[in-house]
Design a protein around this ligand. Structure first.
Ligand code: OGA
Ligand code: NI
Length: 338
């Protein structure tokens, strides 16, 4: 529990503790807001689906990330999860305590940073994470305080899952894969992580999350109104501006592999803020089953386009993540290159 930043109280208001200070070459520097990150309006689906699919594929090739507006998840629900997520982190420590765990296999888990006991420098983030699908298998493990937690996150997880599966269908069509390619076990996993980045007295010295790609299929991030997310494109960091009620969607490693490199997983990171409010975000990950076979789709592989990656079971990729053993400086794709 002492490892949580949200548990350090007033000791972090004046100075960044030594163990969070990055060496100068790893500090984030100044990154201006970027106006070129694609914004896709899902209402376009009714008028010109082919054009919308092209926008999604293009953004997923060039940036690996886009913002999605008019996506059908209500503004109320988008706001509610942020409010209730924030309320969870504001609960007294005794309330949150039973979710805190150093055991990476615990389903419903409150933790701090990335690999707290293994990393050289800690990251300015606490997170609370749990699986969500099928809801009836997991909801009884979720918090009952805040009182609306189960109701709000239950509805949200169902809505966001529907939206994610729709996006995967559109991506499937855009890649020219057989209908329903992502509909089965490749997309049956669902988890939500509430990330909490407390105010930081000097954000230039730290990171909320280091550079990483998400190891699943697709991520839908509800980042609220406080900036902090940055995406790497052509070796430049670009700041992803908060758009009211939009999702930030990013392509994950498994989608890069299945598309045989046609779509790019976006490397991203988070800087905490010093002057606005603390930053609380709600991240939804769609993922394969642990034992799903992952490989470049057969129809995308031929003589002129040989497979770039090996075939493997998803758990073999995920193991370092579930055991808290990832090395943030290493490229996790390397082991799976053909
Ligand atoms: C993540 C992530 C971004 C954010 O949880 O993998 O990249 O803004 N989160 O919280
Ligand atoms: Ni991420």
């Amino acid at each position: 529990m002492d490892k949580l930043i949200s548990n350090k109280g007033s000791t972090i208001q004046s100075a960044v503790p030594e163990s969070y200070i990055l060496p100068p070459e790893r500090r984030p520097g100044v990154v201006p807001p970027c106006k070129t990150i694609p914004v896709i309006d899902l209402q376009g689906l009714d008028q010109d689906p082919a054009d919308l699919i092209q926008q999604i594929i293009k953004a997923s090739q060039e940036y690996g990330l886009f913002q999605l507006t008019n996506h059908g998840v209500s503004e109320e629900l988008m706001q509610d999860v942020l409010v209730v997520g924030k309320e969870f982190f504001e609960l007294p420590m005794e309330e949150k305590e039973r979710f805190y765990s150093e055991d990476p296999y615990q389903n419903c888990r409150l933790k701090s940073s990335v690999n707290y006991d293994k990393e050289k420098v800690h990251f300015w983030r606490d997170s609370f994470r749990h699986p969500c699908h099928p809801l009836e298998d997991y909801i009884h493990e979720w918090p009952q305080n805040p009182a609306r937690y189960r109701e709000v996150f239950g509805s949200y997880s169902i809505e966001v899952r529907k939206l994610g599966l729709l996006l995967l269908d559109l991506i499937c069509e855009g890649l020219g894969l057989e209908y329903g390619y992502f509909g089965g076990e490749l997309s049956q996993g669902l988890s939500i992580s509430i990330n909490h980045y407390p105010l930081c007295p000097d954000p230039s010295l730290v990171l909320g999350l280091p550079k990483h790609g998400d190891p699943y299929l697709l991520t839908l991030l509800n980042q609220g109104h406080v900036a902090g997310l940055q995406v790497l494109k052509d070796e430049q960091w670009l700041a992803v501006e908060p758009l009211p009620n939009a999702f930030v969607v990013n392509i994950n490693y498994m989608l890069q592999i299945i598309s045989n490199g046609k779509l790019k997983s976006a490397d991203h990171r988070v800087v905490p803020s010093s002057d606005a409010a603390a930053r609380t975000t709600v991240v939804t990950f769609i993922s394969p089953y642990m034992d799903s076979l992952i490989e470049p789709a057969k129809s995308l592989v031929n003589k002129s386009s040989p497979p770039l990656y090996k075939s493997f079971r998803f758990i073999d990729f995920l193991r370092p993540y579930v055991t808290d053993g990832t090395d943030v400086e290493k490229d996790p794709l390397e082991r799976f290159m053909a």
